[in-house]
Design a protein around this ligand. Structure first.
Ligand code: NAP
Length: 324
């Protein structure tokens, strides 16, 4: 068997580089644990696909998602965090130190692991949708909205993301049709009100997308009224999905406990079923899913990892953190 490209040992490996992972990095770096962040490709998590973040404390004027991530990254690097822009291909959490094999074949041996891999956008999984992905079908209005200047688009979903994406798309598109499978939206009242007040947005409630039409580019989207079964063809040039996310727990499944949807299951907030492995952010938190709550969980996972390492080394546990 050929030797792996690189093999190295770290005290803390943090998998993921969204607000949870980067906050965990800031805390463990300041605790002199020299963390390694396996950032994932693309790095930065869902905030990289967001425009205005208006609810992250400390930014009264709001901040762009990618800029917020960049600042967290800088802060983590300042205290000695190291980053690798790779994905974790597989893990072995049955051995000590834990083994994480990266996409390049490099192997990281880690005394503790913080899993902060977040969640990924969901697709409808229609063959026509997959065929036209990147050719008019997108799960990221922030990334691709720009290409739909003056065009009509469909935005699928009834949650806050769908309202946010639809509102964002009105900056470019001439009209946005929100298609939602139920007659009631799931989104918060304020987001619903904003979307309903926008003259460029209309709604097809109780409808589902059944097919995306077009060869090489979207020319129409077929939707079906779920009550009557009537199928209608909407002559739009784009289809945006905003129907939620799935946890990016893939490499850890089978070793870390997950629920039926694949979210990691934890106890005492961040502890997984394996001692020394902690979880933070959307990979297990499907309830709050906010940047600030992910950051808070990253902090907790870091403090838990620090305590675990101190206890394992026989040293007295670190004193409880004092308020800044
Ligand atoms: P979400 O709240 O889970 O909403 C997902 C929406 O997609 C639901 O309306 C759901 O329909 C629909 N959906 C799911 N699977 C579908 C499928 N296969 N086909 C058709 N429709 C489907 O997800 P989210 O909107 O991404 O929000 C996630 C969390 O982030 C929420 O807590 C939200 O408040 C928060 N968030 C907040 C903001 C903000 O405050 N600015 C912005 C974005 C997100 P049903 O309603 O029928 O289940």
């Amino acid at each position: 068997m050929s030797e792996p490209v690189v093999r190295r040992h770290v005290r803390v490996a943090i998998v993921g580089s969204g607000p949870a992972g980067l906050t965990a990095a800031i805390y463990t770096a300041r605790a002199s644990l020299a963390p390694l962040v396996i950032a994932g490709v693309p790095a930065g998590g869902q905030l990289m696909l967001t425009t205005d973040v208006e609810n992250f404390p400390g930014f009264p004027e709001g901040i762009q998602g990618p800029e917020l991530i960049e600042r967290m990254h800088e802060q983590a690097a300042r205290f000695g965090t190291e980053f690798v822009d790779e994905n974790v291909a597989r893990v072995d959490l049955k051995v000590r130190p834990f083994l994480l094999t990266l996409g390049s074949g490099a192997v990281v041996e880690a005394d503790s692991v913080i899993v902060a891999t977040g969640a990924n956008a969901r697709w409808l999984d229609l063959p026509s949708e997959q065929r036209l992905r990147g050719h008019g079908v997108s799960a990221c209005a922030t990334c691709d909205g720009f290409f739909f200047r003056g065009k009509e688009v469909v935005c699928v979903g009834g949650g806050d993301s769908a309202m946010e994406e639809a509102l964002f798309l009105t900056k470019f598109a001439s009209h946005v049709i929100v298609v939602h499978r139920r007659s009631e939206l799931r989104a918060s009242r304020i987001m619903q009100d904003r979307a309903r007040a926008n003259p460029k947005i209309s709604f097809r409630l109780h409808h589902e997308v059944v097919e995306v039409l077009g060869e090489g580019a979207v020319t129409a989207v077929r939707v079906r009224d779920r009550a009557t079964g009537v199928v209608e063809e909407l002559p739009v040039q784009g289809l945006f999905l905003a129907i939620g996310h799935d946890p990016a727990s893939g490499p850890f499944r089978g070793q870390l406990e997950t629920d039926a949807k694949g979210y990691l299951v934890t106890r005492e907030v961040t502890r997984t079923n394996i001692d020394g492995v902690f979880a933070a952010g959307d990979v297990y938190d499907h309830r709050y899913r906010q940047a600030v709550s992910a950051a808070g969980l990253g902090c907790m996972a870091a403090l838990d990892a620090e305590k675990y390492l101190a206890e394992r080394a026989g040293a007295p546990p670190a004193p409880a953190p004092r308020p800044a």
